[in-house]
Structures are given as structure tokens and as C-alpha cells.
Design a protein around this ligand. Structure first.
Ligand code: GLC
Length: 433
């Protein structure tokens, strides 16, 4: 279930904390922005996290061939979300025009829009009706569009189907309990799995941990931010039960010790090397793990919905939206570039090569895409049911608080009780500012 989004606390425009998705019109104060004219034509830059697909430059080359006077140059940043955010903030604070189009994580819209680092977009002109609804909500701030969804994301459970089958297990586990039991059975029965880690996710102290901790909290029936009131509500028995699954699995070894350093890319390396039985990961891993050049698990794995405590789990909503820097010169060119990059043709080509979750809804049922990536219809459902992360102007502080609480509990530095009670207090303070 998606949360019913409500505005939590608003002090001026300093901070809005709600479930990702924005509030209803009458509860929202209009943003006091002066719409910037999207003018200027000429060369632009496209600033993005590391391209793991290898496909981006091809799309840029095609754009450049058709726009010789308005070429786009890719500026590739780190593969870690927090480092990308830092680079983009530094550029904005310097009011530099070096970055034109920004590939923003879905959780950064409020912060970038409230600080006037990105320009309001001409929503009526951008064909948002063809995009998945939850993705469009992530691009809005006070009901205005600041970032156009270019891809979506939901977590999937990657599992070694070959080893499950060898151990006589016919279905992917639906609960954590079943998942850990499956590992024990596989390790007891299948010699080649003896040394593999049971489960890994993204547990290094960065945005990935915010995602994984939130999913665990949701899996226990808890929430970081209450869906009905929009207020922090993480100090609950349900949230503790959820986070405790991870805490206990780190203690008893069901989560491989190394996973405390895992980012998406480090975990992927281990899964592709055959060192993990189960891996929580985004869809982008699928095509890469099927590549014979870099993967030892080609044809050996499948994907399933994330597990929960008493049944299936719920993913955190991920994805990326394209925004235009307020300080960029060639904003009219940037608008056309946004339209091009989110066109069904470009997104389809992208989906076919890398199997990432598109923002264009129809592609999830496109026969060619589904033939190559059979998980697409299930992924669409996972995205529609995904939970948003807090929507906060001070998102950096909010996510740091979540990461610190989760990291402390997972490494045994604090108890789960203490971690979540401290987190609740911090989030309440942040929303009161
Ligand atoms: C993926 C998601 C993004 C998330 C990040 C965390 O890139 O699409 O929303 O914040 O992973 O590492």
C-alpha cells in the first residue's frame, strides 16, 4: 500500500516531512518561487551517477547527431548516491553553470526545489500522463513539477535458483524465516554452496542503508513516517521487529559479515562471483549478471518480490528524475533533452539493453521488453506498492539520522530499541525546525 501523503510540519519552507508523494492541494502552501524562463539554446551537460549500463553514451551520441549546435556532454559522478548529491549541491552553492541537466535521486526533489537550485518544469508540455504515477509524484514539490522521472526502481530478491533446485526447494521464499531456513538447507545439502554467504543487501552507511533499513521496518509492519499523519513514527514494536530481523541475521551470520560494507556495486560483484545465495538488489543487476564476460551466475538465478516478516515485504521506491539547474545557461535546449531522454523510444531502447525500470508505464507490458525481462509486470506492481522515503527539504539530515540509527544497531553498537527511540527524537526535532 502506498502511504496517504500528508504534509507533516512546515516552518516557512524550511522543511516538509511527509511520505514521499507530496500533500494534497489545500494542505500545501504554494512554493514562493518565481518561475524562471526556460530560455537559451546551445551546448549542455548531463550530470549523472556512474553509468553501469554502458548504454548512456549511445543515446547521447544519437542526440548530438541530431543537435549539432546543442550537443550534450556527460559528466559522470560517483556510483554512490550521497556523493552524487554532494557534488550537485556544491555546484549549486557556487551558482555554477557547469551542470545543466541533473540526474536527481527521487528523494532530493524537495531539497533542490526549496533551495531554488532547480527550475520549475513546464509540466503540461512534458507528457507526464504516460509515466507511472508514483514516479511523477516524486518529481513534485508543492504540487509543481521540478524533476521529470526518467527511471523508476524497486528492490527485488535475486536468488540462486540452481542451488535452491539442487536442495529440493521449489519456490523463492516469501518470508525472512523461510529465506534463512532455505540457506541452511542449501548449505547442508549442496557442497558447492558451503562457503557462499546467505543474504546481502546495501548496508554500508549511505543512502542504500536508508533504503534497506526502511524496507526492514516496513516488512515488520512499521513505518519511518506515519502514513496518516505524516509524522515520524519509528519508535514502534513493528518497526523494531522489522529492524531486528537484520540485526539478528548479522549476529547469527545469515547476513554475510562483508555486507556491512556493501554498496550496490560491491554486493553485485559478490553475487556475480557466485558468493551469495540471496541478494536484495535493484533491477539493473539483472542484465549485468547475465553477462558471460563478468558474471559466473549466468542462467543460474531468478528474481522474486522481497520477503517480509509475515508474508511478502514492501520495497522502498527508488528511481531518478531529470531536473534543470537554475544556474544553467541553455535551459530551452535542456527541456528538449528531457523530452528526448524520457521518450518511449529512448526508454524502450534503454529497457531492452539494461532492464532498468522505465518511467513510461506502457513499457512494462511491451512484448519485446517482457520477453527479455520477464519480471517487468511484477516490477510494475512492486513500484506501484512501494513505500516512499521521507520527503524533506533537509533530506541530508533525515537520511543521515536513519543511516546512523540503522548502522549502530546492525553493528551492535546500540540496541534496536535505543536506535529507534533516538531516531524518533531526531526526526521529531528535524520536522519541528
Ligand atoms: C538506487 C535508487 C535510488 C536510491 C539508491 C540508493 O539508485 O534508484 O532511489 O536512493 O539506489 O543507493
Amino acid at each position: 500500500m502506498r502511504l496517504t501523503p500528508l504534509v507533516g510540519a512546515v516552518a516557512g519552507l524550511a522543511l516538509v516531512l511527509t511520505a514521499c508523494g507530496g500533500g494534497s492541494d489545500d494542505e500545501k502552501k504554494p512554493a514562493e518561487t518565481k518561475a524562471v524562463a526556460l530560455e537559451g539554446r546551445g551546448p549542455i551537460t548531463f550530470v549523472t551517477g556512474k553509468d553501469t549500463s554502458g548504454n548512456l553514451q549511445k543515446q547521447i551520441d544519437a542526440w548530438n547527431a541530431g543537435h549539432p549546435n546543442e550537443t550534450a556532454k556527460v559528466i559522470e559522478l560517483s556510483d554512490k548516491a550521497d556523493e552524487q548529491r554532494n557534488s550537485m549541491i556544491q555546484n549549486a552553492q557556487a551558482k555554477s553553470d557547469a551542470y545543466t541537466v541533473l540526474n536527481l535521486d527521487v528523494v532530493w526533489t524537495a531539497e533542490f526545489a526549496a533551495n531554488r537550485w532547480i527550475a520549475e518544469l513546464p509540466e503540461a508540455d512534458l507528457g507526464v500522463d504516460k509515466l507511472l504515477k508514483p514516479t511523477v509524484e516524486t518529481g513534485k514539490y508543492f504540487n509543481k513539477l521540478y524533476a521529470l522521472p526518467a527511471d523508476s526502481d524497486a528492490g527485488l530478491l535475486y536468488y540462486r535458483k540452481d542451488l535452491l533446485t539442487k536442495a529440493g526447494i521449489t519456490e523463492a521464499p516469501k518470508t525472512w524465516k523461510d529465506l534463512f531456513a532455505a540457506c541452511d538447507t542449501i548449505k547442508a545439502k549442496v557442497a558447492e554452496a558451503k562457503d557462499a554467504g546467505c543474504y546481502g543487501g546495501q548496508f554500508d552507511k549511505y543512502e542504500g542503508l536508508t533504503v534497506n533499513a526502511s524496507e526492514a521496518i516496513n516488512a515488520g509492519g512499521g513505518q519511518v513516517v506515519d502514513g496518516a499523519t505524516g509524522k515520524p513514527n519509528v519508535n514502534t514494536p513493528e518497526a523494531k521487529a522489522g529492524l531486528d530481523v537484520l540485526v539478528n541475521a548479522f549476529k547469527d551470520g545469515h547476513i554475510t559479515k562483508k555486507a556491512i560494507t556493501y554498496t550496490e556495486e560491491l554486493g553485485r560483484a559478490d553475487f556475480q562471483a557466485g558468493n551469495l545465495l540471496f541478494h536484495r538488489q535493484w533491477p539493473y543487476q539483472y542484465a549485468l549478471a547475465q553477462d558471460k564476460k563478468s558474471s559466473k551466475v549466468v542462467g543460474k538465478f531468478d528474481v522474486a518480490p522481497l520477503p517480509g516478516v509475515n508474508g511478502l515485504g514492501v520495497s522502498t521506491l527508488g528511481g531518478h528524475n531529470f531536473a534543470i539547474s537554475e544556474f544553467a545557461k541553455n535551459k530551452a535546449t535542456a527541456v528538449d533533452f528531457l523530452k528526448y531522454m524520457t521518450s518511449p523510444e529512448v526508454e524502450k531502447a534503454n529497457a531492452l539493453v539494461i532492464g532498468k525500470a522505465p518511467s513510461v508505464a506502457a513499457l512494462y507490458d511491451d512484448p519485446e521488453v517482457v520477453a527479455k525481462f520477464p519480471y517487468m509486470p511484477a516490477l510494475k506492481t512492486a513500484i506501484e506498492n512501494a513505500q516512499g522515503r521521507p520527503k524533506a527539504v533537509k533530506y541530508g539530515d533525515v537520511t543521515t539520522a536513519i543511516q546512523e540509527a540503522a548502522y549502530g544497531a546492525l553493528t551492535g553498537k546500540t540496541t534496536t530499541d535505543q536506535a529507534l527511540s533516538d531516531l524518533q527524537n531526531k526526526l521529531v526535532t528535524l520536522t519541528a525546525q
